[in-house]
Ligand binder design. Structure first.
Ligand code: ATP
Ligand code: MG
Length: 379
């Protein structure tokens, strides 16, 4: 579906991912309608129209159904009932069935295990009784993760023992239902970002290397500094997941790498991913342009990396003393600043990112670390 003067694309969710999708779509000639209940949704300024309403609002869904040629989502918590309702009128990519699995850690982990996808040890508990049984069955230290609505490490508690796990549930009974995972000794975290078209064709961006702090992505380095064989293994696992789901759109798969180069899948995201933001500045086709292409059934663009890159997230903490000294970034000619237009810089909130290009991944990382320090960010 090529763009003409009247082709409109819809997106559920108007955060930074929706904003970057809208920018790509409008650049390519489409109109964009964003559904998001937040009047200050970052995507609103870049959209042709902002429907400020809940994600299950019947009137808003009706407008999307009547005006959009196709609809996508920027976050996994979009109600699958809304996606299903829209799918009766126009293509919805990815499908509600795939989003439903990714939005529930219990369904997601079970889907991986049932399909031979490698995952670390975990147990599931939906009730307090099941929780008591589960905490006796898992090795410690462990992480308790709420099955739904977690992101950036929210809804997660790390515990050293069964006693601490009991205490965590007593403190926060609303955590249930949960997945409890043994803490994996990580050598590295990597992510595979792929696009899968409606015809089943898959294209990969280079595997990215990720560093987290307090459960939040801090830095992404591309390409990951790993052996070609390990990267190929990760890509194969990610494409198996996409094929099993008959997935159409952008899919990110997060991996843990252990000391023996064993790969364990952590989770997947049925959308563009924070670890793929470097593609905006470092690749022929960004993850957001590719999202538009998969949504519209256009041929996939070339995901090739033009220059190695490092991407650094800018969290609200950085605003503690007012606007950060952006001149630091503008003075580096190979750096690109991206701000998401969010009004309230709360600690831990993703406010923007910057990407630095280099001759190698290590050189890009070195420049990125220098800029972080100059901005006043500590390790
Ligand atoms: P995000 O939205 O940023 O992806 P999330 O809230 O979905 O985060 P996870 O991806 O489950 O959370 O976990 C965030 C980070 O916490 C992981 O990238 C990893 O660094 C650490 N972590 C989570 N689970 C484990 C585990 N079982 N073993 C070791 N580290 C873990
Ligand atoms: Mg994660």
């Amino acid at each position: 579906m090529m763009s003409d003067q009247h082709t409109t694309l819809g997106i559920l969710g108007g955060g930074q991912l929706g904003r970057m999708f809208a920018t790509a779509a409008r650049t390519m000639g489409y109109d964009v309608v964003v559904l998001d209940p937040d009047p200050n949704a970052p995507a609103a300024h870049f959209a042709t129209r902002h429907l400020c309403a809940p994600y299950d609002d019947a009137m808003a869904l009706d407008i999307l159904a009547r005006t959009c040629a196709a609809v996508t989502t920027e976050f996994e918590n979009a109600p699958s009932s809304s996606l299903d309702a829209l799918a009766r009128h126009c293509p919805v990519r990815p499908a509600a069935s795939a989003v439903a699995i990714a939005q529930d850690r219990i369904l997601e982990k079970s889907f991986f295990r049932d399909n031979g996808i490698p995952v670390g040890p975990f147990v599931v508990a939906r009730t307090p009784e099941a929780f008591h049984r589960a905490i006796a069955d898992i090795k410690y230290p462990a992480i308790i993760k709420a099955a739904r609505f977690g992101y950036d490490g929210k809804g997660q508690v790390r515990v050293q023992s069964a006693d601490e796990a009991l205490q965590a549930l007593a403190d926060q009974p609303s955590l249930l239902p949960v997945v409890i995972e043994t803490l994996i000794p990580l050598r590295l975290e990597i992510s595979v970002l792929l696009a899968r078209g409606a015809n089943g064709q898959i294209m990969f961006w280079p595997v990215a290397e990720n560093r987290h702090q307090n459960g939040i992505l801090e830095i992404t380095i591309a390409p990951a500094r790993i052996r070609v064989e390990l990267a190929a293994r990760a890509c194969k696992i990610a494409s198996d997941i996409a094929d099993r789901l008959d997935y159409v759109g952008i899919l990110a798969v997060e991996f843990f790498v252990t000391g023996f180069d064993t790969l364990l899948v952590n989770e997947m995201a049925p959308r563009p991913h924070n670890s793929g933001h470097y593609t905006l500045d470092a690749c022929v086709t960004s993850q957001f342009e590719q999202q538009v292409r998969t949504l519209c059934g256009l041929p996939l663009g070339n995901p090739e990396l033009l220059r190695p890159a490092a991407m650094v997230n800018l969290l609200g903490d950085l605003w503690a003393n007012g606007t950060p000294p952006w001149e630091v970034i503008f003075q580096e000619p190979n750096a690109k600043l991206h701000l998401y237009g969010k009004q309230a810089p709360r600690p831990g909130r993703k406010m923007g990112h910057f990407t630095v290009l280099g001759n190698s991944a290590s050189e890009a990382l070195k420049k990125a670390m220098r800029l972080r320090t100059a901005l006043g960010m500590t390790d």
